[in-house]
Design a protein around this ligand. Structure first.
Ligand code: HEM
Length: 215
């Protein structure tokens, strides 16, 4: 493994410019609680890979979405496993992010100079929730249909612009084919790309500002 990596590094030359970062001294008092951010990132990567695999068989159409999920579940080789891993890592991502946020809050790492990283973290949290919400509709069964109908109708309670907002989210008056396509697009494209950009900013600031020790 080491030799293979060295060979690759000779071509890519990634080790040298990152030496300072990889050999950085950590502050005293770090514990397993500081692994929660990394655990969340691992869940994100698993979601990304299993999501790519599911997208090979899922059909985002009103007439075929439900059937395509059944095909993944029953006919595609190991499809049931990939789908379960995707669902479980989505749940774990939310659990890890919430625990990580709690750790950051308790160690008061949200204070200056890290306030912008806290804000970026909050936006990542919102994107993760939105990914879960949009993904929930994709199986296109009764449960997902009604959950989305209830969830999106909440937007209509916002004064003045509520109904317009609900129309915008659903792509029409009711939850239907255009909602499915809209949610699919957000779930596989807009939100993962947004999250990747936010995580890049998150890690960049951690690299530059360091980690606050002692919980
Ligand atoms: C997918 C989502 C997230 C990932 C993958 C992630 C990842 C990480 C990692 C790897 C670290 C460094 C190690 C650690 O402290 O655990 C970190 C630090 C930090 N995170 Fe996150 N994070 C996420 C979400 C959030 C959220 C929701 C917040 C706050 C609302 C947040 C705020 C921070 C702050 C302020 C730091 C610096 C902590 C310090 O200096 O001690 N992060 N994050």
């Amino acid at each position: 493994m080491g030799r293979a990596f060295d060979w690759l590094d000779k071509k890519f030359r990634i080790k040298a410019p990152h030496k300072g970062f990889l050999r950085r001294r950590l502050p005293p008092g770090l514990s397993y609680f500081y692994c929660l951010g990394g655990a969340a990132f691992t869940s994100y990567l698993i979601l990304f890979i299993t999501g790519l695999m599911l997208s090979l068989y899922y059909i985002p159409s009103e007439m075929e979405a439900y059937e395509s999920v059944l095909t993944i579940q029953r006919e595609v080789h190991l499809g049931w496993l990939i789908r379960s891993v995707h669902k479980w890592s989505a749940t774990l991502l939310i659990v890890f992010i919430l625990c990580h946020t709690l750790r950051v809050f308790i160690s008061r790492a949200y204070k200056s100079p890290k306030e912008l990283n806290w804000i970026v973290g909050c936006l990542t949290l919102v994107s993760a929730f939105a990914s879960g919400f949009t993904g929930y509709l994709l199986p296109w069964d009764q449960k997902s249909y009604w959950a989305t109908t209830v969830g999106t109708s909440m937007a209509a309670t916002i004064p003045m612009m509520g109904r317009h907002l609900m129309y915008l989210i659903r792509g029409g008056m009711d939850v239907g084919g255009s909602t499915l396509i809209r949610f699919y697009s957000f779930h596989v494209l807009w939100l993962p790309v947004t999250m990747a950009a936010l995580l890049w900013a998150h890690f960049h600031m951690i690299k530059r500002l360091g980690i606050k020790g002692r919980l």
